[in-house]
Design a protein around this ligand. Structure first.
Ligand code: ATP
Length: 296
């Protein structure tokens, strides 16, 4: 099973010394979801759950600084880079938790969040990528997709909403689409939140045991759970067929919420660092502006 290694974490605990992207990136070639351990904590530099809040707090200023640089780069510059975090996973895998705890560390002004639901009549009248294109982040923004175009090769496949032979064509189409996004300067972070079947059961039962959590429960979740094997096949094919160099998949072990949230935040940090963003130069004469402000 992959992702069981702790990346010699006791030795590698300086922030620049380890790469969660390297630890969680899906290798090229055929893979199965079952190859990945949902309870693992690869590359985590601390001890465990107890120090997770400290690890998050340590990361927060850098994430905030990097996001501000991105946002600044996007002002008046159509060519500025953009980041797109795509979250996929079965019910209870924690897409909402990641948005609250990891994405929530960032200034909301720089975030463009879209949750993709069952397509509306208008959306259904268009190509499945139509609504995705409309939701892409602008220059300097961090786009968050809560579900994505991958639903069109996941639920659509499992529930047989299109002919089976359409699915491999969509894999090719999605790869071409993502290559186009990369050419437009969009860095994609595609995360599959990998929750185990046992943990999902516990989380569903927790929702049913607490009146304050009933709102999170949807009787339809059990129907999806009963199609677990079909979803594992569908996800395995996605991780195999749509795992390109420019838009790789990351499998996030999601049984430990603290690790899942930390890992996604850390992936954002690493991808933003790689953009190597400075601050935009002033497009005015600084000295003369100082003089004018002083004189005002
Ligand atoms: P989440 O679990 O992401 O918080 P939710 O269950 O609270 O979402 P829902 O209103 O159920 O929110 O919306 C998500 C539903 O929309 C899922 O059942 C998902 O499979 C479905 N969906 C999303 N995209 C598509 C699509 N392209 N075709 C069919 N169904 C889709």
């Amino acid at each position: 099973m992959r992702q069981t290694g702790q990346m010699a974490k006791s030795k590698k605990n300086k922030s620049s010394d380890y790469s969660v992207a390297d630890a969680l990136r899906v290798p090229q070639g055929p893979v199965r979801v079952e190859d990945f351990a949902p309870g693992a904590t690869p590359a985590y530099p601390g001890k465990g759950k107890d120090d997770a809040p400290d690890q998050m707090a340590e990361m927060a200023p850098e994430l905030s600084d990097l996001q501000e640089r991105l946002y600044a780069a996007g002002r008046d510059n159509e060519q500025a880079p953009r980041l797109l975090l795509m979250l996929q996973g079965l019910d209870t895998s924690g897409k909402g938790g990641v948005i609250r705890h990891a994405v929530g560390m960032v200034d909301p002004q720089g975030i463009d969040l879209t949750a993709f639901k069952v397509p509306t009549a208008e959306e259904r009248a268009h190509h499945y990528l139509w609504r995705i294109r409309k939701a892409l982040p602008g220059p300097g923004m961090i786009g968050i997709f809560d579900r994505s175009h991958y639903e069109d090769v996941l639920v659509v496949r499992v529930d047989e909403l299109v002919a089976a032979e359409e699915i491999p064509k969509r894999f090719d189409e999605i790869n071409a689409f993502e290559a186009e996004l990369a050419d437009q300067g969009i860095t994609m972070i595609k995360c599959f939140l990998n929750v185990s079947r046992d943990e999902q059961k516990e989380r569903l039962l927790e929702r049913l045991a607490d009146p304050e959590k009933y709102w999170k429960y949807n009787p339809g979740d059990v129907d999806v759970r009963n199609k677990w094997a079909d979803y594992m096949d569908a996800y395995s094919d996605v991780l195999t067929r749509c795992n390109t160099e420019i838009a790789p998949w990351y499998v996030i072990p999601a049984d430990k919420k603290w690790y899942r949230n930390w890992a996604v935040a850390r992936l954002m940090v690493e991808h933003l660092r790689a953009l190597d963003l400075g601050w935009p130069a002033a497009d005015f004469d600084v000295e003369s502006e100082i003089a004018q402000v002083n004189a005002s």
